[in-house]
Design a protein around this ligand. Structure first.
Ligand SMILES: [Zn+2]
Length: 381
């Protein structure tokens, strides 16, 4: 069966970097971009060149550092932003300006102070101008999910007529529910059939913990690009997590029948690098990349895992670049304990194993980590 290939648009270096307290230097952005290229992302959004001289240099450094991926810069519908983006992207193998403009009544009135007709006109001239500067233009209806679908569709049609080949309909504030988001995308596409001729992108935020679920819902109704970040970092509660989307599509390939260009074995390395450079620690129970994502401590689970890993594991940790760990603690079983001993060169059997395991349990029950070497000494004493 042929699988639909979707594009992974990584915005770790733009939306991710907008997380409070993160300020990546240009050389750090280049280093992360090189890892994103190894990971196999299709597009790297490197920053917002018009936002600051530092952001400009960051985009330029990424454009020069990578070869295969398209490099994108965000831009408002402002001449200086579009020019800065184009200049920073000059060294890229393939360049994209990502123009965004709000289409919700709330944003248009309160933030932009623009009438709907003025928004339509801004979309038209800015996309036309951007298309004259770089290889391709993406247009985003900011706050799309809180916009009138008829108006969002009108703006999308104008952006496509002006030369945009990627249309993004983001859930900017993380408000949508999965079925609702899928319905919204389908509604806009029905009102603007021209979307079928371009790449349809989804971009979801995690304010209600639904960014990945919403992204997957969007993919299921035909989105061909998904915007996400490593470790799910991003504004406020973050963006959709790249590793969760990719592994959901992989593990449940039977359901989605979709493929990406991601080399999943590079996921853990990407996660560690982004965490180290941004200072954003990954929560231990985070799906796919958390320290405990493949840890099994309960004795029954450990025993099952040692007999057949499929008993308690839906993906092979090797597939995302990590080794499975069976931490030893008060919940561990005799089987896992014996294996841990054997890994340290101590083969225990029969009564010797029973005695050592009893000692280990007593110590583990008292709390804290147990050093196996101490257990061996006590048993031999
Ligand atoms: Zn965003």
């Amino acid at each position: 069966m042929s699988r639909r290939r979707i594009q992974i648009f990584d915005t770790t270096l733009r939306d991710g970097e907008q997380s409070p307290g993160i300020a990546l230097q240009p050389h750090e952005k280049a280093e992360i971009a090189e890892q994103l290229e190894r990971l196999g992302v299709d597009v790297i959004e490197a920053g917002f060149a018009g936002a600051s001289p530092g952001d400009f240099e960051g985009v330029r450094a990424v454009a020069r550092a990578v070869g295969r991926p398209t490099v994108a810069s965000l831009a408002r519908t402002v001449l200086a932003d579009l020019d800065a983006a184009a200049e920073a992207l000059a060294g890229a193998g393939r360049s994209r300006i990502h123009v965004f403009l709000a289409t919700s009544a709330l944003h248009m009135e309160k933030k932009l102070g623009l009438e709907p007709q003025e928004v339509v006109e801004h979309a038209r001239w800015s996309v036309e101008y951007a298309a004259s500067l770089v290889d391709e233009v993406e247009f985003s209806c900011e706050d799309a999910t809180r916009s009138d679908p008829a108006f969002a569709a009108r703006v999308c049609r104008v952006a496509i007529e002006a030369g945009a080949t990627i249309i993004n309909l983001p859930d900017t504030v993380g408000y949508a529910l999965p079925a609702e988001y899928a319905g919204f995308l389908a509604d806009v596409r029905r009102r603007c059939p021209e979307i079928r001729g371009v790449t349809l992108s989804v971009h979801c935020h995690n304010d209600l913990g639904l960014a990945v679920a919403n992204s997957l819902a969007g993919i299921q109704v035909g989105a061909t690009q998904v915007e996400c970040t490593v470790n799910g970092i991003g504004e406020r509660a973050g963006n959709a997590s790249l590793e969760e989307i990719v592994m959901a599509l992989n593990v449940r390939g039977d359901h989605f029948e979709i493929e990406t260009g991601i080399n999943t074995a590079e996921i853990t390395a990407a996660s560690k690098l982004v965490s180290e450079r941004t200072g954003y620690v990954v929560q231990p129970n985070k799906a796919v990349v958390g320290a405990n994502a493949f840890a099994h401590e309960a004795g029954i689970h450990q025993d099952g895992m040692l007999k057949d890993e499929r008993t308690y594991q839906i993906m092979d940790p090797v597939d995302v670049g990590v080794r499975m760990t069976l931490p030893l603690g008060k919940h561990s079983g005799r089987h896992a304990f014996a294996r841990a001993c054997a890994e340290r060169g101590v083969e225990l059997e029969g009564e010797e194993l029973n005695a050592a395991f009893r000692r280990f349990k007593e110590r583990a029950d008292a709390g804290g980590a147990v050093a196996l070497e101490d257990v061996f000494e006590e048993v031999r004493a």
